[in-house]
Design a protein around this ligand. Structure first.
Ligand code: UQ1
Length: 393
């Protein structure tokens, strides 16, 4: 968004408050956890991705006061703004699972959601001998809701490739009552699950890890008070997640703590000079980088209208996408909108496992991210979808 704002109002009028020295392309961590990409390849220096001329304030936002239009940072600076874009992301809560994060000091447990633990997934996969390989999905909203099962499909493929699959039970324990929220893709994923002999336990929520005994405790969400203990040889944890600390109790957030936006324009619902994008928002769609791309072009348009005292006129349709990696060479490319209706870019059935889509996920998307999205040049596939579907129902 800073690249887009630089084009609108000039670099000297744009600042980014961002504490991290490194910026990661997290969507590739699915493949890092499976040994198909390196962690190194996923990161760049923040200094190299902030657009030239834009001021980078290397601090963490501690408080936002939308009534005074100020932001306070952890090193005590107070910054005033005319317009604010909130893009705080989502917070990981490993600590909400008893025994974590300490259990990550032990082998055989990993998590593709953190820079600190993603390589441990790959190590655990390589060290696997025999037993249960367990993959969890928490009882909270998450970013990239497909990732918790993508690593299961990759683990299955890896264990087959290395001849260890006959000695493995592969188990997906999810808090959700479904495998995937959109039926068209869920149907295909169930086919994959059956074909590969994977076990899916719905409404199972990870609450505790005992790394010494290599056991994980799950509560059965449909039988209150009942828990079940699984021994594991490999455990992949998707942590509980929630809104950023800064937004909790802030006038900008809804009762659940998410940034309270108009779902069409991405303008704040009560503070007209505040806008938002991405995982920290309460937009009722799946939290993904693809959603951010589509949101970025709408938000650009909305802000330019608001700056000119005109009415925002472009609507976000909720577009989001999840490249469901089902092996080291195949992807089901889920794309859908606010209504949960498939909204596919390509004029082919994307619920089929495809090699072209794997290539897109593994090799095309990173470039689109670094050189397109981060430069404010990629606003999602909407325009291309319309071209590719010309003359088609
Ligand atoms: C996308 O725009 C995007 O953001 C850069 C992703 O992030 C990783 C994606 O995974 C996908 C699928 C899209 C959508 C792009 C196309 C070409 C369908």
């Amino acid at each position: 968004m800073s690249a887009r704002m630089k084009r609108r109002v000039g670099a000297e009028n744009v600042a980014v408050v961002e504490p991290s020295e490194s910026h990661y392309y997290q969507p590739i961590w699915t493949l890092v956890g499976a040994g198909a990409k390196t962690l190194r390849s996923s990161g760049r220096a923040t200094a190299s991705v902030v657009p030239s001329g834009v001021k980078w304030i290397r601090s963490r936002v501690q408080e936002i006061d939308p009534d005074k239009s100020t932001v306070r940072t952890d090193d005590g600076k107070e910054i005033s703004y005319q317009y604010l874009i909130v893009a705080l992301g989502i917070q990981l809560h490993y600590e909400k699972i008893k025994g974590l994060p300490e259990a990550f000091e032990h082998p055989r447990i990993g998590s593709n959601y953190s820079v600190k633990t993603v390589e441990k997934t790959w190590k655990a996969l390589q060290d696997f001998k025999e037993g249960n390989a367990i993959f969890s999905f928490p009882n909270t909203p998450v970013k990239c809701a497909g990732a918790p099962q993508k690593i299961m499909y990759l683990a299955d493929a890896y264990l087959r490739k290395t001849g260890k699959r006959p000695k493995a039970n592969i188990i997906y324990n999810t808090s959700l009552p479904v495998l995937f929220g959109i039926k068209k893709y869920a149907d295909s994923l169930w086919d994959v699950v059956r074909a590969r002999d994977l076990t899916i336990n719905l409404r199972h929520n990870l609450t505790e890890v005992w790394p010494d005994r290599r056991e994980a405790v799950f509560e059965k969400l449909d039988s209150p008070g009942e828990t079940v203990v699984f021994e594991y040889e490999l455990l992949h944890v998707t942590p509980p997640m929630g809104p950023p600390e800064v937004l909790k109790g802030n006038p900008l957030s809804d009762p659940a703590g998410w940034l309270d936006l108009d779902r069409d324009t991405l303008q704040h619902r009560t503070y007209p000079n505040v806008f938002g994008i991405g995982d920290c928002t309460n937009l009722p769609t799946a939290k993904t980088a693809a959603a951010v791309a589509a949101q970025s072009s709408v938000l650009d348009r909305t802000i330019s209208k608001v700056m000119k005292k005109e009415k925002p006129d472009k609507k976000y349709d909720g577009y989001t996408s999840c490249p469901l990696v089902t092996s080291y060479s195949t992807v089901i490319l889920a794309e859908f909108d606010y209504n949960g209706q498939p909204l596919e870019t390509f004029p082919i059935d994307q619920s089929k496992e495809r090699r072209t889509m794997y290539h897109m996920k593994a090799n095309v998307m990173p470039h689109l991210y670094w050189h397109g999205l981060l430069r404010g040049l990629w606003g999602g596939p909407g325009p291309y979808r319309r071209i590719m579907h010309l003359g088609m129902k």
